[in-house]
Design a protein around this ligand. Structure first.
Ligand SMILES: C[S@@+](CC[C@H](N)C(=O)[O-])C[C@H]1O[C@@H](n2cnc3c(N)ncnc32)[C@H](O)[C@@H]1O
Length: 238
């Protein structure tokens, strides 16, 4: 369904929330707002090489399940369980509907990713989610993921990033704006109103800071494998 949520001028703009209204249009919203979102998911499918026989895969902040559907696209190994976590019941319900025909062994967890115990995991995915987590909770979440990974397990993490340098930050923001206008066909009002809503719940950081956090959590190395403007994807090795 087409995203028209911020089309009409609103008197006051409330903080962005992953509710029923957003969940209904979320697929369209992501494709029109995140540069390279489709390509990111196509490339993510290749990470099935990290699936280990009889282990778990976690998708933290799964929304409609795009990451799970990608990572299992070409897989022929036995997955013990796929754990799909989101604190939005509306997102989880829509994901369940999307997954019905796919015959995947998915456990749905309506929970905060802060409270999830990770175990026997060969892959954990945290795509476009850590950016919504308060700065004070980010390290704890990454450490918890690291501790639940099996030997040779990986964390795949995608994030909106900021730049410390003012010129770079302004350039990337401008290019992202143009992307939403030209590729997403959003109006200036839609872009501005959504930005105000999102800014109230976003805690984006620099790439350097994110990699520092990964190191602190215990990850041996981390490699950036995709970037679309100010959105990056990293794989971190446990
Ligand atoms: C931008 S969406 C993620 C998109 C999805 N991973 C993908 O790649 O298509 C962010 C999701 O994270 C969920 N979320 C945000 N904070 C969360 C938290 N603390 N615990 C669990 N889920 C959370 C939201 O409900 C939302 O569905």
């Amino acid at each position: 369904m087409k995203d028209n949520i911020y089309k009409k001028k609103q008197k006051t703009i409330k903080a962005f929330a992953f509710n029923e209204k957003i969940a209904t249009v979320f697929s369209d919203m992501l494709n029109r707002s995140i540069p390279g979102y489709k390509t990111f998911n196509d490339l993510l499918a290749n990470f099935n090489i990290f699936i280990q026989h009889n282990t778990n895969i976690y998708d933290l902040g799964c929304s409609l399940g795009a990451s799970i559907f990608s990572i299992t696209r070409n897989n022929n190994k036995k997955i013990k369980k796929i754990i799909a976590v989101d604190n939005s019941q509306e997102m989880l319900q829509k994901m369940k509907n999307n997954a019905q025909a796919k015959k995947l062994n998915i456990k749905y967890c309506h929970a905060d990713i802060k409270d999830i115990k990770i175990n026997n995991a060969s892959i954990v995915m945290l795509n476009f989610v850590l950016q919504f987590i308060k700065t004070t909770d980010k390290n704890k979440i990454l450490k918890n993921i690291y501790q639940g990974l099996k030997k040779d397990g990986v964390l795949i993490i995608a994030e909106k990033i900021n730049y410390k340098n003012k010129m770079q930050q302004e350039l990337l923001c401008k290019l992202h704006y143009e992307f939403k206008k030209n590729h997403g066909h959003y109006s200036a009002t839609e872009i501005q109103q959504k930005e105000i809503a999102l800014q109230q719940i976003l805690y984006a950081e620099t790439q350097k800071k994110l990699k520092k956090r990964l190191k602190k959590a215990g990850f041996k190395t981390s490699t950036t494998w995709f970037q679309g403007l100010n959105f990056i994807a990293i794989v971190a090795f446990g």
